[in-house]
Design a protein around this ligand. Structure first.
Ligand SMILES: Cc1cc2nc3c(=O)[nH]c(=O)nc-3n(C[C@H](O)[C@H](O)[C@H](O)COP(=O)(O)OP(=O)(O)OC[C@H]3O[C@@H](n4cnc5c(N)ncnc54)[C@H](O)[C@@H]3O)c2cc1C
Ligand code: SF4
Length: 323
């Protein structure tokens, strides 16, 4: 499959990248390209210009300073999970980054690109020929949504592996635009709108991920089930962080809604409770309550619900021994 035609720019600074993006509203940012270029080959994304971030070499690092772990947005997933501090102290992040696609995706794909990836749908992530059997769906530029059987809505699903791990580690992200940078909670960049899944302003790019070192004090893990274990997006992914000293738990899910979901009602239920077999069995009915599952993937809603319960219970059981 060939790429469509596009103009290519490779700015040397963040300011220059943001200025180009502001001037060319339909331009797309290119990091590792493992998500974007596939979508372009399928003609579901056809930007007139690609703004490659390859010239921004300063955005490739994992470093600790002032109680924070700071990771540049262009850091490859492999470098993230091989970092000694991440591997030892932030196992949820290491497990999530090393579960992305295949080894090749991990050596090419960046942390920023993973967080900012497009939402997915069985009617969208297909070749142009495959899609030609139906009218263009809303996300691809038409009106109907083939999943919801309604016009002008999109229930495509966020399937990134790393976002739930970073959510339970209380990560924030730095967004940079022409006017400067601001640090915001990671959760706030996900819009929950299938057609435009990110809350980035025009000309804005994600430049850094910031994790409080305090998050290394608890137990954390990420668990995923995929159709092809060695290369696939999650059918469901679940990240869990627990602290023995505060009795606090944080739980986040992916591939179950239009954005990664922090399950706050479930966290409230667990607050202060001793983690034992009885408590863990009690979470089963609660896990799926805060998600909005739609038939946008080949896996049934009931199967996904079942997997969600199993993954969270399995992660909590591990926490019971480890926290
Ligand atoms: C076969 C296959 C299997 C895959 N399996 C998985 C999987 O299991 N789990 C998973 O999470 N992903 C998976 N992916 C998707 C992808 O490989 C990863 O998400 C990867 O981490 C994306 O990073 P990238 O740097 O290549 O992103 P790119 O493709 O370069 O960019 C992805 C999107 O983010 C935007 N973007 C990139 N960087 C920034 C930035 N700094 N600021 C703002 N916007 C930005 C781009 O414009 C684009 O829309 C898979 C892809 C394929 C083809
Ligand atoms: S959920 Fe509907 S609009 Fe969105 S990508 Fe799928 S078919 Fe298209």
């Amino acid at each position: 499959m060939r790429l469509p035609k596009f103009d290519y720019r490779q700015p040397e600074s963040i300011q220059e990248a943001c200025a180009i993006l502001l001037d060319q509203p339909d331009a797309k940012v290119l990091a590792g390209g493992t998500d974007l270029l596939v979508n372009m080959k399928h003609r579901v994304e056809t930007p007139s210009m690609i703004v490659s971030l390859k010239g921004l070499r300063d955005l490739d690092y994992v470093r600790k300073a002032n109680g924070m772990v700071r990771i540049g947005a262009l850091t490859r997933l492999k470098k993230v999970y091989n970092d000694p501090f991440v591997a030892k102290k932030l196992p949820a992040l290491a497990a999530a980054a090393s579960s992305v696609g295949s080894y090749h995706h991990q050596t090419m794909g960046t942390l920023g690109g993973n967080l900012c990836q497009q939402t997915r749908c069985k009617y969208f992530n297909q070749s142009k020929w495959w899609r030609s059997a139906r009218p263009l769906c809303f996300k691809a530029g038409g009106d109907p949504c083939h999943v919801a059987k309604k016009d002008q809505v999109c229930y495509s699903t966020y399937c990134g592996d790393v976002a739930p791990a970073l959510l339970v580690l209380n990560a924030e992200v730095v967004l940079s635009g022409r006017e400067g940078s601001k640090q915001v909670p990671l959760e706030s960049i996900f819009s929950g709108v299938g057609k435009t899944p990110l809350n980035l302003e025009p000309g804005q790019i994600l430049t850094e991920i910031v994790i409080p070192e305090q998050s290394a004090d608890g137990f954390s893990t990420y668990k995923k089930i995929a159709n092809r274990g060695s290369i696939d997006f999650p059918i469901v992914g679940a990240a869990v962080w627990t602290s023995a000293s505060t009795g606090e738990s944080r739980i986040a899910l992916t591939a179950v809604d239009r954005k990664p979901v922090r399950t706050r009602q479930l966290e409230d239920f667990l607050k202060g409770l001793e983690l034992n077999e009885e408590t863990i069995q009690g979470v089963d009915g609660l896990v799926a309550k805060e998600t909005q599952l739609m038939m946008s993937s080949i896996d049934s809603i009931s199967y996904k619900r079942k997997l969600m319960g199993q993954l969270v219970k399995s992660a909590l059981s591990e926490a019971m021994g480890g926290r």
